[in-house]
Structures are given as C-alpha cells and as structure tokens.
Design a protein around this ligand. Structure first.
Ligand code: NAD
Length: 245
C-alpha cells in the first residue's frame, strides 16, 4: 500500500504558524492540523480559558496568547514574543471573526464599526505586523466567507467586511510576492462551529446537504500555507458544499 502524502505538505514541518481566533471552531482545527503537520503554533484569541485548554491538550508545540486582533499594539507584542521564542513567523492565518445577523435598521454605527474592525481591520493589522517577521518568505491565509463573494442581506456589515478581506488578500498578494510571501483567501460556506447557529441556514438545501466540518476547512488552509500551493497567490478557494455552484 502506498504511504504517499500530498507533495509539498511536508514543507510545513518545523514551520512557525500563528492562527488568530485559534481557541475554538475553525481556528482550533487549524491549530491542531498545523501541529500534526509538524509546526510550532501560536493560537491567538480573546477566549483565554478555551485557548489555554487547547494548548494544554495539544502539547509543547502549541502555545496560547491573548490577542485582540483590533489592537495594533497587541499585534506588535505577539510578533515580538513569537520571534523571540521561535526566531521568525512562517505562516499567518487571519481567522478571527465575528458574525451577526440583523435587519439593516438594527445595526448601530458602533455595531457596524465593530464588525469592520474585527473582520477587516484585524486582517490588515495582522498582515502589517507579521509580514516583516517573515524574512525567509512565508504564507498568509485569510478567512473570508461566501458572504464575501455574494450579497448577504441579513448581515450586510458582515458581508462588507468579508468582501474587504478578499480585497486585502489580493492587494497583499501583489505587494508581498517579491518578498516571497504568498497571500491567499478561503471562503467557507456553512461550517459546523458556534458561529453557524447564528446564521440559521438550512444546510439540508445545499448541493452537499450538510455543514462543512472544521477539518474540511483546515485542510484547505494547510494546503494553501504549504509548498503544495507554491504557485498560488491572490487566490480565493471557495469551500461551501456547492452553495455558490
Ligand atoms: P467561531 O465563532 O467559533 O470562531 C471565531 C473565533 O474568533 C473565536 O474563537 C473568537 O473568540 C475569535 N475572535 C472574535 N473576535 C476576536 C478578536 N477581536 N480578536 C481575536 N479573536 C477574536 O466561528 P468560526 O466559524 O470558527 O469562524 C472562523 C472564521 O470563519 C471567521 O472569520 C468567520 O467569519 C469565518 N466563517 C465562518 C463560517 C461558519 O459558518 N462558521 C462561514 C464562513 C466564514
């Protein structure tokens, strides 16, 4: 029986990865998979109890760090601490995000700003802070959404933030390619995490009639972060069970 794995995935061995929103949901699955593929991983989140529990469970290759992705100073601290411990960062997954479903007139300006701040500004701040810590090149994967490739009338600011994430990804891909940094984007559809409850989506109507698993998203993220995707930059991979087919 062949024991071959996807050529290029082994490139993640000994890499240093930072995953935001890494305490639970998709982020936690990405932290686990990167660890399994041989990375040292920093899981960053605002959910300290869950983050620390995950790090304890996954062992010495995984550390947890408190990070509010909207805080530029905190990003600086994370990069300084990670490079002091590991020398550099090779992979950044900008996964942290918030969701809210509400009619247009139920969004206060503060609610809208918060949505844009976490989902879009958090992604920009992460790229600004981490790209200089990738002296040997690296890979950045930003988590957008299918709400970033179509309208989402019941969650307008969320949709706007995720369209923005795609723009950031493409622009950063252009700006960072000559530094050896690839930047790609994953657009999940309905994924089985605490966030999906808030969408109230009927997943049985999808062409693949179920929610995606966190492992199915993590697999695509790991592929994009690895040398297997060495010629991919500025790409968007839709992982949505056919929602947009
Ligand atoms: P989740 O709510 O389980 O995870 C989101 C994580 O982000 C949480 O751990 C949360 O604490 C963290 N977070 C929120 N605000 C933060 C901040 N300011 N700083 C740091 N961390 C913060 O949901 P999930 O499904 O795992 O979401 C992961 C990503 O996938 C998000 O960007 C989300 O928008 C996107 N997404 C989710 C779905 C879905 O159906 N679940 C679909 C498309 C896209």
């Amino acid at each position: 029986m062949s024991t071959a794995t996807l050529p290029g995935l082994e490139s993640l061995r000994d890499k240093v990865a930072v995953v935001t929103g890494g305490a639970r949901g998709q982020g936690a699955a990405e932290v686990r998979l990167f660890r399994d593929l041989g990375c040292r991983v920093v899981a960053a989140d605002v959910l300290d109890d869950e983050g620390r529990r995950l790090a304890d469970e996954l062992g010495p290759e995984v550390g947890y760090r408190h990070l509010d992705v909207t805080d530029a100073g905190a990003w600086g601290d994370l990069v300084a601490a990670t490079t002091a411990e590991h020398g550099r960062i090779d992979v950044l997954v900008n996964n942290a995000g918030i969701f809210r479903k509400a009619a247009l007139d139920e969004w206060s300006p503060e609610d809208v700003r918060r949505m844009i701040d976490v989902n879009l500004m958090g992604t920009i701040l992460g790229i600004q802070a981490v790209a200089p810590a990738m002296p040997r090149g690296g890979a950045i994967v930003n988590i957008a959404s299918t709400a970033g490739i179509r309208g989402y009338g019941a969650a307008l600011p969320y949709s706007a933030s995720k369209w923005g994430v795609r723009g950031v990804s493409r622009s950063a891909a252009q700006g960072l390619a000559r530094k050896g940094i690839r930047v790609n984007c994953v657009c999940p559809g309905a994924v089985d995490t605490p966030m999906i409850d808030a969408t109230a989506l009927d997943v049985t109507r999808l062409p693949i009639p179920r929610a995606g698993s966190t492992d199915e998203i993590a697999a695509v993220v790991a592929f994009l972060a690895s040398a297997a995707a060495g010629y991919c930059t500025g790409a968007e991979v839709v992982v949505d069970g056919g929602l947009n087919a």
